[in-house]
Structure formats: structure tokens, C-alpha cells
Design a protein around this ligand. Structure first.
Ligand code: PLP
Length: 366
């Protein structure tokens, strides 16, 4: 029996540990933990990687989203459209900025926002759309940007699962008015702790977020308004700078792993990930659908294989959102998919032998 974890960050770190330690050693010598060259260089390098003019590093992905909404001027009662099949961070950020959550169901093939249903959710209070590039594949950005233009809405990408994914040859982070990234350790680009970033081509928006993340300061001890302590620290920026040059190759390896899974599972009754045309998927997660999902997960666990559900309870059915009064059957695709989805191990360090073993164990119960 093999033991296969859901993620294997220690293995990733084994290869780059010396580079990270050398960089951290310099920071310890100078005690330059807040701001400084590592933070500024990371912002330059990440902006370039995302093909945008500005990157503002922040404390985490959730704060990145909230800071964007605040900088865009979201006020009480403004409605923001997103999907119920996501991690709660997206909707937390909407509420914390004073916005009102407006859900739209997902597409059955891509699990991203169903663009055909967006216009039905637009009201006179709607100010923006937040497509989430779930599992590593971008939403249909041309359709979304077209709707946004016609209704004078902004578009903020939740790119927390899609670092360097592409849509028609363009990278995430550059496909809307602004984008939020998370560098939570398990993301495709992960810090050694908490970190996040905002990317945008809008100079004014970038400047506003730079000030907001640092107590509303335009210069030290001079405050334009009250802000937040939402900076990314130098140790995280230094680690991210070391990982960033590997990211493209890591994503390519994820695609190869996904192709092997697909080849080995193609003659089964499982629903495999669908890659839309002209999209470059970065497989943050490899999610399949199975009718006997729960027994499959149990069977895999018994054979040493860790799996996950992303996500087992849609946001509109969470206790945290009972006040929205959204009952069952409102977003049928999300609800349908939530009881069938199963995330298999997916990371560059996973070996082909691991995947052969996982697929053999899986097929044993089909
Ligand atoms: C990880 C994640 C976030 C939040 O990022 P944190 O850095 O953990 O705050 C937001 N949205 C999505 C879709 C995520 O996967």
C-alpha cells in the first residue's frame, strides 16, 4: 500500500530550502521585516508574471478581495454577484466591505459562473461581478466583461486558485478591473505563512489599495483616512520570490498529472475535469464527480490515499448565511455537484506511480 497525502509541501521545500534560508538569513541580519526591497521586487516580478502594470502585496487573499471592494467604493446595500460553489472568503470579503451577496449558479461543465444566468441577477443596486476561477480554470471572461460593460459594472477576478492560468492567451490578474490572489501555503504559489496580492492596470486603484493596506498612510504618520494593517511581510515576499520562477514549470507538471489521470480514468463512469477551449488550466485541484462519492472517498482513505471535497456545503446553505433566506433548490447545479465532487491528490511532486496506484484503487470500487 502507498501512502499519498493530499498535498506534499515538505517535498517541494526540500528542493528550494537552501535558497529560502539564504534569503531569510539576510533579512534576519538587517531585521528588515516590514516593507523593503524584497516586498518591492516581489510586487514588480508578480505584476510582470500576470501581465499587469501593478501588484500590491497584502496580508492574504481574503483581505485582497476586501481591499479591492473598499477601494472601488462599495457602500452599504451595493450588490455584488458571485457563485455559491466557493470557499467562504469571497463572500466574507463582500460582506466585510459593506456589500450584499448576490449568487448566480455555476455551469455544469466548468463549475465556474454560468454566464447565461448573470443578467437575471442584475438589479439597480448591482455594482460588480466577482468571477472565481475555480480549481485553476478561468471563468468565461469575454462573456462576463461584455455583460459588465453593458450594465456599467466592474469585474474583480478571484484568482486565488488560478495563478498564471490563461484565457485566450492572457493571464489571470489582467482579465478584469482588478484581481485578488492568495498565497496560502497550499495554493499553486504558496508563501511560508499568510500572504496575498492585488493586481490591476488601474494606477489610481493600486495607489488607493497601497494606502489602505498601510493604515491610510501616504507618508509615515500622515493619514489620508483610516486604513488597515494589511501588509505582506518581507519574509513571505522573499520566499515567494524564490518560488515564482518555478511556478510555470510546476503548473505544466500539474497539467501532465491531470492528463495521466484523464487517460487512466477515461473509460469509467466518473465525470472528469473539462478544459474549455482557449483556456490554460493550472489544476489547483483535480476534481471528479462520482455518484458514490462518499463510499469512494472512504475506500481511497482505507488504501492510504487522502482526498478532499471542494466544497461539501454550498455557501447559500451555510449557517453563516441563513439570514439571506436562500433555501434549497435555488442553485440546483451547485447543489447537485456538491454531493458528487471529489478532489484527488494533485501537486507537481505527485509521481506517475502514485497516480497509477490511485486510479487502480479507484477502479476497484467502480
Ligand atoms: C484561498 C482562497 C481565498 C482566500 O485566500 P486566503 O489567502 O486564505 O485569505 C479566496 N478565494 C478562493 C477561491 C480561495 O481558494
Amino acid at each position: 500500500m502507498q501512502t499519498i497525502p493530499f498535498l506534499n509541501l515538505p517535498e517541494q521545500h526540500r528542493l528550494i530550502k537552501n535558497e529560502i534560508l539564504a534569503s531569510w538569513s539576510g533579512l534576519l541580519d538587517t531585521a528588515g521585516f516590514i516593507g523593503g526591497a524584497q516586498v518591492e521586487l516581489f510586487e514588480e516580478e508578480f505584476a510582470k508574471a500576470c501581465q499587469v502594470a501593478h501588484c500590491v502585496s497584502v496580508s492574504n487573499g481574503t483581505d485582497a478581495l476586501r481591499l479591492i471592494f473598499q477601494a472601488l467604493g462599495v457602500k452599504n446595500g451595493d450588490e455584488i454577484i458571485t457563485v455559491p460553489n466557493s470557499f467562504i472568503a469571497t463572500t466574507e470579503a463582500i460582506s466585510q466591505a459593506g456589500g450584499k451577496i448576490a449568487f448566480v449558479d455555476i455551469d455544469r461543465q466548468t463549475y465556474n459562473i454560468d454566464c447565461k444566468k448573470i443578467e437575471d441577477a442584475i438589479s439597480p443596486q448591482t455594482v460588480g461581478i466577482v468571477p472565481i476561477h475555480l480549481y485553476g480554470q478561468t471563468a468565461d471572461m469575454d462573456a462576463i466583461n461584455d455583460i459588465a460593460r453593458r450594465h456599467k459594472l466592474w469585474v474583480v477576478e478571484d484568482s486565488c486558485q488560478a495563478h498564471l492560468a490563461e484565457y485566450k492567451g492572457r493571464r489571470t490578474g489582467s482579465l478584469g478591473h482588478a484581481a485578488a490572489f492568495s498565497f496560502y501555503p497550499g495554493k499553486n504559489l504558496g508563501a511560508c505563512g499568510e500572504a496575498g496580492a492585488v493586481t490591476t492596470d488601474d494606477h489610481k486603484l493600486a495607489e488607493k489599495i497601497r494606502i489602505l493596506r498601510n493604515h491610510g498612510q501616504s507618508q509615515k504618520y500622515f493619514h489620508e483616512y483610516e486604513g488597515y494593517n494589511n501588509r505582506c511581510d518581507a519574509l513571505q515576499a522573499a520566499a515567494l520570490r524564490i518560488k515564482l520562477p518555478y511556478l510555470k514549470a510546476w503548473n505544466e507538471t500539474r497539467r501532465q498529472k491531470a492528463a495521466l489521470y484523464t487517460e487512466l480514468l477515461k473509460d469509467t463512469n466518473l465525470t472528469l475535469p473539462f478544459t474549455a477551449q482557449e483556456h490554460l488550466h493550472v489544476f489547483h485541484l483535480f476534481v471528479i464527480l462520482a455518484e458514490n462519492r462518499d463510499s469512494l472517498a472512504k475506500h481511497l482513505t482505507e488504501h492510504g490515499i487522502s482526498t478532499g471535497f471542494h466544497y461539501p456545503l454550498p455557501l447559500h446553505l451555510q449557517k453563516a448565511y441563513s439570514h439571506l433566506g436562500l433555501g434549497k433548490a435555488q442553485f440546483p447545479v451547485t447543489e447537485d455537484v456538491s454531493v458528487q465532487l471529489l478532489s484527488l491528490p494533485m501537486y507537481p511532486e505527485l509521481t506517475d506511480e502514485n497516480i497509477h496506484y490511485i486510479c487502480t484503487v479507484l477502479k476497484g470500487l467502480l
